[in-house]
Design a protein around this ligand. Structure first.
Ligand code: NI
Length: 392
């Protein structure tokens, strides 16, 4: 089966590169993936899949039927949205849309899932069970997965696979991560309310700017002294506003931040932990506060058995030279985690780094991918899907 998958992938390679370049040329912003979705739906239909459009607003679902011998349903997920970035590469297939770019590799993810559908639909022998391909919108705004789930895409799903490009490992390599892959990412909005007064008479006022500085400093120090250092927490206040004039004590400071953590147990406790610190500081100095802690996406926790399937598929396909076991998670976020509330899953890192030219990070206007990654991703995904049915 592996050699058949590899043969088909090699023959399809020019077509897959064409598909990826087409998607790259016409990126669309989160929630507006109309052309991309139509393009995806056409290709899926031409492979004989049962296709549903406008799922999760602008998402697409394709079902590949198996023989029905195995009742389990496997899902394979890709994301389709671009970013509000002006592309600055010299590629001849660079973005035609001013100010929008596929700078996070979602063009590659979409192509890998399409290629997997193309291969598995022509491999000759139907699989024992069904595969549901999910092409979601709006991953960058962490909304698309929840839209898809609301529309029922995880109904009856027993396992889910995904992939994300990774410029830190060579093009065509596969990065496997056991356990946490990405972080939980929550939003924090905090308003400190003091009392205004003359800048020369601090004892008659409650200085919201100074209290805000105490809160920020204490939170950062408390992470290092009260959180388990082996269970990382990152809290970044990225925006702060307050005050009206140099000689008036500010009565109000508003700050916005992001909170990242890897371990679900840590993540569960963070809102209360933060609020306790804020409350105590505000009480000490007579200020009030409003704290709005919004849950974003949880951490992606790769399932052990499914990750073993993915690793062994990659090992057999490419040999150990091209498979890296990743020792570190990322504190970035991925809404793939929302699907994992409904079924176990695993996401691998698809190496897209160049050996002979500079590699720019994800979300950079000069980000590029080594296209060797496409066949590597497609073969790994298709073969792992095949191997899924061999395990119980
Ligand atoms: Ni991404």
């Amino acid at each position: 089966m592996l050699s058949r998958i590899k043969d088909i992938a090699a023959k399809l390679s020019p077509r897959l590169i064409e598909i990826r370049r087409h998607i790259h040329s016409y990126p669309e912003l989160s929630g507006q993936e109309y052309q991309t979705a139509a393009y995806v739906a056409d290709i899926l239909s031409s492979c004989g899949l049962y296709v549903q459009e406008l799922v999760g607003k602008t998402g697409v679902v394709g079902e590949l039927k198996g023989t029905g011998k195995d009742q389990r349903l496997l899902a394979i997920r890709a994301d389709m949205d671009g970013l509000p970035i002006q592309e600055r590469t010299a590629l001849d297939f660079a973005s035609h849309q001013p100010g929008i770019m596929h700078a996070c590799g979602h063009d590659v993810h979409t192509t890998v899932a399409l290629g997997t559908a193309m291969i598995l639909s022509q491999v000759g022998e139907p699989l024992p069970g069904d595969i549901r391909f999910l092409f979601q919108p709006a991953e960058e705004t962490a909304q698309g997965a929840s839209w898809m789930i609301k529309d029922g895409v995880m109904k009856d799903v027993n396992a889910i696979f995904g992939a994300h490009v990774f410029p830190s490992i060579p093009g065509g390599s596969i990065g496997i991560r056991y356990g946490a892959l990405t972080a939980a990412a929550d939003d924090l909005e905090l308003v400190i309310i003091g009392e205004s007064g003359h800048g020369a008479r601090p004892h008659e006022a409650i200085d919201a700017i100074w209290i805000a500085s105490q809160v920020i400093t204490t939170l950062q120090q408390a992470i290092s002294r009260t959180q388990n250092p082996l269970r990382p927490v990152v809290l970044t206040i990225g925006q702060i506003q307050g005050g009206r004039a140099p000689n008036i004590i500010a009565d109000r400071v508003r700050m916005l931040g992001t909170v990242r953590s890897l371990h679900p147990e840590t993540s569960a406790l963070l809102p209360e932990w933060i609020e306790t610190i804020v409350r105590q500081i505000c009480q000490t100095y007579g200020a009030r506060y409003e704290l709005n802690y919004r849950r974003g996406v949880p951490s992606v926790q790769n399932d052990l058995m499914l990750t073993q399937i993915m690793e062994s598929a990659a090992q057999e396909a490419w040999g150990s030279d091209r498979v890296q076991i990743l020792l570190e998670a990322s504190l970035g976020a991925e809404d793939f985690s929302l699907y994992l509330d409904h079924a176990p899953g695993t996401m691998f890192r698809l190496g897209v780094g160049f050996a002979d030219q500079p590699n720019y990070p994800l979300h950079h206007p000069q980000f590029q991918v080594d296209e060797q990654a496409i066949v590597a991703g497609v073969v790994t995904m298709a073969y792992a899907a095949y191997k899924y049915w061999l395990t119980c």
